[in-house]
Write a protein that binds this ligand. Sequence first.
Ligand SMILES: Cc1ncc(COP(=O)(O)O)c(C=O)c1O
Length: 422
Amino acid sequence: MDGRAEDLVARRRRLLGRGYQLLYDEPLELVRGDGVYLFDRDGRGYLDAYNNVPVVGHCQPDVVAAIQRQVATLNTNTRYLAEPILDYAERLLATHAAELDRVLFTCSGSEAVDLALRVARQATGATGVIVTTNAYHGVTMATAAISPSLGPGAPAGPGLRTVAAPAPLGDDDGTAFAGRVERAIEVLRDDGHELAAMVVDTALVSDGIVMEPASFLGPVVATIRAAGGLFVADEVQAGFGRSGTDLWAYARHGIVPDLVTLGKPMGNGMPIAALVARVELTDGFGDAVRYFNTCAGNSVSIAAAAAVLEMIERDRLLANATSMGDRVRAGLREIAAEHPELTRVRGAGLYVAADLCDPETGAVRGDLTKLVVERLRARGVLISAVGPQRETLKIRPPLPIAAGDVDHLLEQVAATMATLTG
Ligand SMILES: Cc1ncc(COP(=O)(O)O)c(C=O)c1O
């Protein structure tokens, strides 16, 4: 770290406290973004193969123009009549299963999941919640309490049970997963909690990125409903086209959730998120308690979100996510053939994952994963790590990434693997 970086790190600690984390041993000070590239103070460009929030690319000109136009015209809230929020709601709901016909806007993914919990508890009159063992669902009191990946500092609420997610490349069609959910429901009942909801990140990111086979949510949803609970698809990570075949990763599983939470990429970086649900759930909730969330659904955020949906459709970004994601995976498999430490290449669309393991024992090697992430950063390529032991490479570039940039990413991964083992 140079002197300036050391000063900034010290200042952050002094002003923001110790909860905030930085990516990389040598943290980046970024000053500009353009498409799939980020630039530091010295003008050095980094291929951004990590950030899923700028889903249509950093500083995408049409999104920027939409925000600029709206912020210079009017920025107000949902207590006034306005057409753009309704146009956007119509467009967004049309991308979901027909049964999901209401949308409530929030400012963050955490708020959307928090609201989903409130709606589910109100609708079912129950208190039990099930999540996966290493789930992450947010920062509010209620969502941190259903986020075991935060560790003991964010203790679970009394009505929470966790179930192991399917293995990253397991062959569970959902039967075994549903069996674990069934047992969790029984334990909740023994503890005096009927089931309100199961909340699942539809890419199971913090559990190690598990997206295949795309059937495994079906039996789980059936099990949840049979117990009177609601199924919440948390699309904050996987939504808005990342999985390639559909805007929503839940659709790959052929299921219709009761509630869907959206966030991160929704406004390409503007703070907008949402809860999508069936009418009887939102109206039952809305009859019981008024809903006003001051900045949620404000005019500027709606303008950004509308431009994002427009870009995804206009630039056929689902097709690009599928073909470029497949290109990354094919390239990683070729590298893995040379370097057996690299294994379990997986994912869907432009959510790409692979693990670092000891080839002899098969034991995961989070230390090697960290080395790869740090060395790629030194080579000007940004990715990160995830998973219970941080053993998984997490690769999720903005959706417009081009073949040349994918090839550059793969060349750098190959060169990095050579420094690791060669
Ligand atoms: C699956 C999932 N749900 C919810 C959240 C919370 O979203 P936010 O950080 O916008 O509050 C996140 C954030 O990482 C997430 O990954």
